[in-house]
Ligand binder design. Structure first.
Ligand SMILES: [Zn+2]
Ligand SMILES: [Zn+2]
Ligand SMILES: [Zn+2]
Length: 321
């Protein structure tokens, strides 16, 4: 936490944060696409919660990714029109010689009982071919396919495999498979930086209860102006009016894998010195180094430790009561 890549929350617009918090609120951290051939790539859930059009959603997700709030992963690649990028395509088989779409698939069948060989044009599943000699409708076990090929109705040539082509329903372009382009389709999830930030906010909310139950008003990620005129950001600022005087408590939260390094106290002290709050609290989860604790004592910064935010909150409650 507190790494340089952490998203600058105050620079993220309210609309974007609203999306993030809606997603978190619903436990919906993975945004998956729906490939809707008539509209394009859609994210129906975001369309609904944000009341946005499909193309606006795509732009929003891309800009959130650029700001490192979301990360994207490749979900699918779809064929797209090389002219207008539409994915509203109708596939067709084309004659590899003259390019016509007017081709037939032909099969040579043999009626097993009487040895009659005959050609059929279409053989959809469940359709029974009719033997031209005896007029019998043949079940699958009564005939076999001797050969299959394609034939062009225009140039009359025969071939094994048709060329695959597409007709773009959006712009009308006809193109061959090898002329098509691919469109990447992505799913999105919270970036690691954002997950850290979200976790931090969740922990701050737990800590905030210690203040609110003691009659404080609480603000998260608050910028305060110091005596020098510079702005300083604190993770949490709590205010209370007591006997006509405003009491202001600032709090920074640090979380480490093991004990939190004492240097955090030094950077906090620089801000505290300028802002001069009534009380400054450094919360370290799970603990602060011995050096850090000594520095905090000298600088008059209260230290609260706890293996979890809940544990720290119960210590904090005694401190702000
Ligand atoms: Zn042809
Ligand atoms: Zn027959
Ligand atoms: Zn097109």
């Amino acid at each position: 936490m507190g790494s340089p890549t952490e998203p600058k929350v105050d620079e993220v617009s309210g609309r974007k944060l609203a999306l993030i918090f809606k997603l978190i609120g619903k436990g919906e951290l993975n945004i998956t696409p729906l490939i809707d051939h008539s509209v394009g790539v859609r994210y129906p859930y975001i369309e609904k919660v944000m009341e946005l059009k499909p193309e606006e959603v795509r732009e929003l997700l891309e800009s959130l990714t650029a700001e490192k709030l979301l990360k994207k992963s490749l979900y699918d690649k779809v064929f797209a029109c090389p002219k207008c990028a539409s994915i509203n395509l109708s596939p067709r088989g084309l004659c590899p010689y003259c390019g016509s779409f007017d081709i037939e698939k032909k099969r040579l069948l043999e009626h097993l009982r009487d040895g009659t060989k005959f050609v059929v044009n279409k053989l959809f599943e469940g359709v029974k071919p009719v033997c031209p000699r005896d007029g019998m409708e043949l079940e699958p076990h009564e005939y076999r396919v001797l050969a299959s090929w394609f034939e062009c109705n225009i140039c009359k040539r025969k071939f094994d495999t048709p060329e695959v082509g597409f007709h773009c329903i959006t712009c009308g372009l006809d193109f061959k498979a090898r002329e098509g382009e691919f469109l990447e389709v992505y799913s999105y999830s919270l970036s690691e930086e954002m997950s850290d930030y979200v976790e931090k906010l969740a922990n701050l909310k737990i800590l905030a209860e210690s203040f609110t139950s003691a009659g404080y008003n609480v603000r998260f990620i608050e910028n305060l102006e110091g005596l020098s005129g510079s702005m300083h950001k604190f993770d949490l600022v709590a205010y209370k009016i007591e006997k006509g005087k405003e009491i202001k408590v600032v709090l920074d939260l640090y979380k480490g894998e093991g004990e939190v390094d004492g240097s955090v106290v030094i950077s906090m002290f620089a801000k505290v010195l300028d802002v001069k709050p009534d009380k400054a609290v450094c919360v370290a989860i799970p603990s602060l180094s011995g050096v850090g604790k000594n520095l905090a004592k000298q600088y008059n910064i209260e230290v609260v430790e706890g293996s979890s935010a809940e544990e720290a909150a119960s210590t904090l409650s005694k401190l702000v009561r």
